[in-house]
Write a new protein. Structure first.
Length: 156
């Protein structure tokens, strides 16, 4: 019997740095991975090139959030500008509508490579938002924390 699973919404996520609330983020982008393709041209074979899997490359992640909790992120970036690169592991967690954890991606050995402060406008009363771009050494789907609804979908 097919199982109906409620789609997860992109607004119900949390970024967990070693089980500590460092900042509240309103956006996380760049969660991606790609296998590079290497082509090999074989002599005498003129109708195609062989395409072989190469290295895996991951895109940088960008976290955007309010400036109210800016100090820990600024300190991390500021240390990196002086050559003190501190790599940190963290998780991106998406929640079900009932607030239970649905799915978690673990990010390995991230460090800041770009910080951007908020734009200020005298006539605007929106929240001041900063962004932090992070390079890292890979993303892994943490299958131990999959919710039953996500687990039943992945078993198909």
């Amino acid at each position: 019997m097919p199982v109906y699973n409620e789609e997860l919404t992109s607004s119900r996520f949390y970024v967990d740095f070693d089980s500590q609330l460092v900042a509240v983020f309103k956006e996380c982008s760049g969660l991606s991975g790609e296998i590079e393709i290497e082509t090999f041209k074989e002599g005498g074979v003129n109708d195609h090139e062989h395409k072989l899997p190469g290295r895996i490359k991951y895109g940088n992640l960008t976290l955007r959030g309010g400036v109210a909790n800016a100090v820990p992120l600024w300190d991390w970036f500021s240390e990196a500008t002086t050559g003190q690169i501190t790599r940190r592991n963290f998780s991106i967690i998406v929640y079900e509508q009932d607030c239970s954890e649905a799915i978690r991606w673990d990010v390995k050995e991230a460090y800041p490579v770009r910080w951007q402060g908020p734009d200020f406008k005298a006539e605007d009363n929106s929240v001041a938002v900063q962004s932090l771009e992070l390079a890292h050494n890979g993303i892994k789907l943490n299958k131990q924390n999959l919710s039953p609804s996500v687990r039943s979908t992945s078993a198909r």
